[in-house]
Design a protein around this ligand. Structure first.
Ligand SMILES: Cc1cc2nc3c(=O)[nH]c(=O)nc-3n(C[C@H](O)[C@H](O)[C@H](O)COP(=O)(O)OP(=O)(O)OC[C@H]3O[C@@H](n4cnc5c(N)ncnc54)[C@H](O)[C@@H]3O)c2cc1C
Length: 433
């Protein structure tokens, strides 16, 4: 793996090579180790350099503007950090650690900009996890566009009445035999990049009687499909450089082949479910389960930024004739911050390694990692504000932004309560409500 994957236009060959790199790596299980390889260190340092030189200096401006930082996404594309080939190379690392390392470093720079760069990955994960080889080759490169014509992608599962309870999805996809198309109707809520993306992966129900087992994922490209539009753009507490909006689907038609996995497989799966046979088929949950450790790594990046900043501040700031870090109250807080961050990282890396090395999650280790990292990020950033005192509460210093950004990690991709529910069910084998 090269330290800085070069940006390549999304040709079919490049896509095939990237898919081959990922699937090839899936068969090389490796032992878990905390000793990073030289490749991993090089990639970490390369992403850190981009985060420090390009992302962090622009963070305040884009947070204030509340807009997608297209020029910075383009910079990321130019160096190969944003794009299919880059993501494929990170994912292909058989240890599973490169992806969380990249996310931690990028989000250390800024979470809002980080989400604008990595938000596309959720749609990519859905296509990669549920699409056929042909769909992967066609749609994943289109999620990113090219360096000269950057695109982002959106994953649309949530709805106004379906947040934690994904089975509440009401968006309906009906097959129209006459035209060999799907007709999709419904409203999606909270979609990262919703309406500004080209590729939207939309979770819709094909058979409402089957609950979440009747769901399927559809590719809806804004550039081709009529009847898809952006609703209200949300004004947020944090992650303000990342676009979040409702998406409306109003008699939106897409070809039959745009259902991920293909219509034939979907029909077979639904038939199995109707016969009461086992089917591992919850389209939205599959995507969330695979992405949780990576999301945890993003939270870690924010926490680390706040810890490092407040450590330096405490070593400089003097009160009562001494540095404030010379007071145990402050020094012990910093010690706990470091401890919690390192503990969370171990959980994130464990889950990332397990997910990559066909080690079954027995105790919802993916959920554990995301829950812990989210809570640590919220706690560490709040403590960082405390260490900076009045300065910490102002927009002149970055810690208040980091605290605002951190809070989302308790909420999206499964709230803290839902992660506990998942863990509780896994450890007990019982249906805890
Ligand atoms: C910035 C942002 C970006 C997002 N990006 C996306 C995206 O790209 N795609 C997408 O599909 N969605 C996205 N979401 C949606 C996100 O996943 C949901 O907000 C989240 O799943 C929670 O759903 P909800 O907001 O409806 O809260 P609710 O489900 O209404 O929950 C409200 C509260 O009730 C608690 N609760 C609910 N059920 C239970 C239970 N059984 N036991 C205990 N407590 C419970 C929750 O934990 C929470 O505290 C995004 C949200 C935000 C804010």
């Amino acid at each position: 793996m090269s330290a800085s994957p070069t940006a390549v236009s999304p040709t079919a060959d490049a896509a095939d090579a990237a898919v081959a790199a990922i699937t090839g790596a899936a068969n090389q299980d490796v032992t878990f180790s905390l000793a990073l390889t030289q490749d991993q260190k090089d990639i970490r340092d390369w992403v850190h350099g981009f985060a420090a030189d390009v992302v962090r200096p622009a963070a305040h401006e884009w947070d204030e503007k509340e807009q997608t930082p297209w020029p910075i996404i383009q910079e990321a594309a130019k160096i190969g950090l944003y794009g299919f080939e880059g993501l494929a190379q990170f994912f292909a690392d058989p240890t599973g650690l490169t992806l969380p390392i990249v996310n931690e470093e990028l989000f250390w720079g800024d979470a809002g900009i980080g989400m604008s760069i990595m938000g596309t990955a959720l749609a990519v994960a859905a296509i990669f996890g549920q699409g056929s080889g042909e769909q992967i080759g066609e749609w994943i490169p289109r999620c990113f566009g090219t360096v000269d014509d950057i695109k982002v992608a959106a994953f649309c599962a949530s709805e106004p009445n379906a947040g934690s309870d994904v089975s509440g999805v009401r968006t309906r996809a009906k097959y129209d035999e006459a035209t060999n198309e799907w007709i999709i109707n419904g409203q999606k809520a909270w979609a990262t990049n919703g309406g500004i993306a080209d590729v939207h992966v939309v979770i819709a129900t094909v058979d409402p009687e089957l609950g979440s087992k009747g769901h399927a994922a559809f590719v809806v490209p804004m550039s081709e499909a009529k009847g898809i539009s952006q609703g209200t753009k949300v004004s947020k507490h944090g992650l303000r450089a990342s676009h979040t909006a409702d998406v409306f689907l109003d008699d939106c038609r897409v070809p039959a082949a745009y259902v991920l996995g293909g219509k034939e497989k979907l029909d077979e799966r639904l038939a199995r479910v109707r016969e009461g046979k086992k089917s591992n088929s919850q389209a939205a949950m599959q995507t969330f389960e695979s992405s949780r450790p990576t999301v945890g790594a993003q939270a870690l990046g924010i926490a680390r930024a706040a810890y490092e900043y407040s450590l330096e501040y405490a070593k400089e700031r003097e009160q009562f004739g001494r540095k404030i870090i010379e007071n145990q109250a402050v020094a012990f807080t910093l010690a706990r911050m470091k401890l919690e961050i390192d503990a969370a990282r171990l959980l994130v890396w464990r889950a990332s390694w397990m997910g990559r090395n066909s080690v079954k999650f027995e105790n919802a280790e993916g959920s554990m990692s995301k829950l812990k990292a989210g809570e640590v990020a919220v706690w560490v950033t709040e403590r960082a504000i405390q260490i900076l005192g009045g300065n910490g509460y102002t927009r002149e210093f970055p810690v208040e932004r980091w605290h605002r950004d951190a809070k989302i990690y308790d909420i999206f991709e499964g709230t803290a309560e839902i992660q506990q529910l998942v863990i509780a069910r896994a450890i007990s084998g019982m249906y805890i409500k």
